[in-house]
Design a protein around this ligand. Structure first.
Ligand SMILES: Cc1ncc(COP(=O)(O)O)c(C=O)c1O
Length: 443
């Protein structure tokens, strides 16, 4: 907007112009030295965020945006929750830096809370800084426990951006880094709308799960350490597996002594209307990875949860895992306050009930020409657009959503509707109506 050589007389600008100057200048300064992620730098879409409040954030001109992506699927609690902010401030004041072996209240309390909300007998936790790290450690622990080297992961999956997690990842983000880890074998997904086996749900006999058993037999069960699967597939499609899918995975793993790892980085902490997606099917995995919603993005934290019986192995054997910022005090304090706030405000149930409403609205669009499929579990809705929507229409839709100030992920033909769990029914409807109008005018 302004050239460096031509400094504006800031005092002579209106308040709005001053904000615009401020954000343009801020963006210029930031872009000079800081990368954007997953994009060519010249094609980035900077997000104009100046402050947040509940299910919304505000740009530098004071305009309100619907946060239908909960930032990056992590701000489940909503923006600027004072309970979490206070807990972070208190912790920072008391103890901001601690050795991994240090003993302090927020660390102990977080262990107790994670034990309370985790499925079944998942009772011991390793505390790192991201979802990818939780996955890396799950992979290492699976190998240490079983002594086996291969793992099974699904084709349309994302497990994180570090080399190990990318190697497990099935989606295209792994491609520039191949070959990755040795021994990752890929299985098809429970993607019922476009069944990879061309079958219909009513008569498919869950070929997607049977295929996993077939792979195990062909590879030799004695070589397979673990199966990694997202509770509900996140950013690759929001696939909700058939009712019997997770119990079947559990049964297969039990039969062959293979560890079952649920990646709940995306689907955990109420996103699907239960603490964890696997709770919908009453399944206890052997390990569970968490991040995102555990602190609602207020501080970085990744968690690997392990069943007590398996964890006991490391009572006498060395756990070859660690990091400098293990169980960072500020992250622990943020997680404790976040989990308490989910409980206090009954947000897991809010997600469940509003999810029913979200699912009904999405399904009611089914007569539109652009409607392909919709899937919804809790406040995790996916609208899959019909094949007829071409690239021009998809770019116009993206543009329209942005110009109506809806922060939302449209990836290919999949539109992910994942607002903070504190959103009200009226706010959800208001946002959905805007999305609907954008669809009508562009697709
Ligand atoms: C299912 C899943 N696993 C792992 C990750 C990686 O988490 P992080 O970005 O915190 O490393 C993500 C991130 O989007 C995810 O969706």
């Amino acid at each position: 907007m302004f050239k460096k050589s031509d400094p504006p007389q800031v005092e002579s600008l209106s308040e709005n112009q001053r904000e615009m100057f401020h954000i343009d200048e801020l963006k210029r300064r930031q872009e000079e030295h800081i990368f954007y992620t997953w994009t060519a730098q010249n094609q980035a879409s900077p997000l104009p965020i100046s402050r947040g409040e509940g299910a919304f954030f505000f740009d530098h001109e004071g305009q309100r945006w619907f946060d239908f992506e909960s930032q990056v699927f992590n701000c489940n609690l909503g923006h600027q929750d004072q309970r979490v902010i206070q807990a972070i401030q208190d912790q920072a004041q008391r103890l901001s830096c601690a050795h991994p072996a240090a003993v302090y209240e927020s660390k102990a309390q977080l262990g107790e809370l994670l034990n309370e909300v985790s499925p079944g007998d998942i009772s011991k936790f390793f505390l790192c800084l991201s979802g990818a790290e939780a996955i890396e450690n799950a992979y290492k622990v699976a190998r240490m426990i079983t002594g086996r080297q291969k793992v099974i992961a699904r084709r349309r999956s994302y497990h994180g951006a570090s080399m190990g997690a990318l190697s497990l990842t099935g989606d295209a983000r792994r491609l520039p880094f191949e070959p990755g880890l040795w021994g990752v074998i890929r299985a098809e997904d429970p993607y019922c709308y476009r069944c990879p086996f061309g079958l219909a749900l009513e008569s498919c006999s869950m070929q997607c799960a049977s295929q996993i058993e077939h792979i195990i037999e062909m590879e030799g069960p004695e070589n397979i350490a673990a199966i990694f699967a997202e509770g509900v597939t996140g950013s690759n499609g929001g696939f909700i597996p058939p009712q019997a899918y997770w119990p079947k995975l559990r049964e297969i793993c039990d039969r062959y002594g293979i560890l079952l790892v649920a990646d709940e980085v995306f689907s955990g902490f109420g996103r699907t209307g239960e603490w964890f997606a696997v709770d919908h099917w009453g399944v206890t995995p052997d390990m569970i990875t968490m991040a995102k919603g555990v602190t609602s993005g207020y501080a970085p934290l990744g968690v690997l949860g392990v069943r007590g019986e398996l964890a006991a192995r490391f009572d006498d054997e060395v756990l070859w895992c660690g990091l400098t910022s293990y169980a960072h005090p500020i992250s622990c304090a943020a997680a404790v306050a976040t989990i308490q706030a989910y409980k206090e405000d009954d947000l897991i149930n809010n997600s469940k009930h509003l999810g029913d409403q979200l699912g009904e609205v999405l399904a009611s669009w089914n007569s539109e020409s652009w409607y392909g499929d919709s899937r919804c579990l809790g406040l995790f809705g996916t609208l899959e657009l019909a094949d007829q929507c071409d690239d021009d229409q998809l770019s116009s839709l993206k543009e329209a959503l942005r110009s109506h100030r809806v922060h939302i992920l449209l990836k290919g033909r999949m539109l992910f509707i994942t607002p903070p769990l504190c959103i009200s029914a009226a706010e959800l409807n208001e946002g959905l109506e805007i999305i609907y109008q954008c669809l009508l005018t562009t697709c």
